[in-house]
Design a protein around this ligand. Structure first.
Ligand code: SF4
Length: 118
């Protein structure tokens, strides 16, 4: 029996998940999305990554970014290493795509705040 917190909505149900030969058994979910979440967590956990990227010529040294969708949790380290190598030119606006289809993961890296030029 594994305990997993469902993050599909703010209620954050604490799920009890048991893997059986026929699939999984889930308790503690207040809606069917909890069972879908538990199955994905067992088979291929996904996360939206939030971090920051270096900025050149900006009033700030970094700008916050996030992936436009969830990426496999086992790709997070590779993605962070790649993001550390990036640098964008100011100005940056909220919603700017910093990199399309980052690492061919099917999601974009998107700015989540503005950064004006110096
Ligand atoms: S199981 Fe349903 S109600 Fe509970 S946190 Fe997940 S999405 Fe929200």
């Amino acid at each position: 029996m594994e305990r997993i917190k469902c993050v599909r909505c703010p209620l954050g149900c604490m799920l009890k998940v048991k893997v059986t030969k026929d699939g999984i058994e889930v308790e503690g979910n207040r809606c069917p999305r909890g069972e879908e979440f538990a199955l994905q967590e067992i088979e291929n956990p996904m996360r939206i990554l939030t971090t920051s990227v270096r900025v050149s010529g900006g009033v700030l040294p970094l700008v916050s970014v996030k992936t436009s969708g969830a990426v496999p949790r086992d790709k997070i380290k590779e993605l962070m290493d790649h993001i550390k190598s990036l640098e964008v030119e100011a100005p940056v606006k909220i919603g700017d795509v910093i990199e399309k289809n980052v690492l061919n993961l099917g999601v974009d890296l998107v700015a989540t705040r503005d950064c004006d030029e110096k």
